[in-house]
Design a protein. Structure first.
Length: 103
């Protein structure tokens, strides 16, 4: 499976779980500044539990993002330096190559 496909699947799943996490917080917000009765506690506790479950689902992805951030930034910087070096070596930008091919 390609990295692009894996990323698309990951992004789709992450977005689904994250949106659910946000929706649960909005649901919990309905009970802010309300005196909790025994009845309300029975409604709020499952929401709190679900928020914790969604967070624990997201945590490995969040850790991965944090760990990969610096590596990604360095990779982009290295690639930009690579492009600068080949330009200095006389390589033409892609749009100029296409123009020469048309001539």
């Amino acid at each position: 499976m390609s990295l692009k496909k894996l990323y698309e699947d990951y992004d789709s799943e992450f977005t689904k779980v994250y949106n659910n996490y946000v929706a649960l917080h909005k649901e919990l917000d309905k009970y802010r500044n309300v005196n909790l009765t025994d009845e309300l506690v029975l409604k709020v506790n499952p929401i709190i539990s679900d928020i914790q479950d969604r967070y624990h689902e997201l945590l490995p992805a969040l850790n991965n993002i944090i760990q990969r951030y610096q590596a990604c930034a360095l990779l982009v910087q290295d690639y930009n330096e690579f492009l600068d070096h080949i330009k200095k070596g006389g390589a033409l930008p892609e749009d100029e190559i296409n123009e020469e091919a048309k001539a």
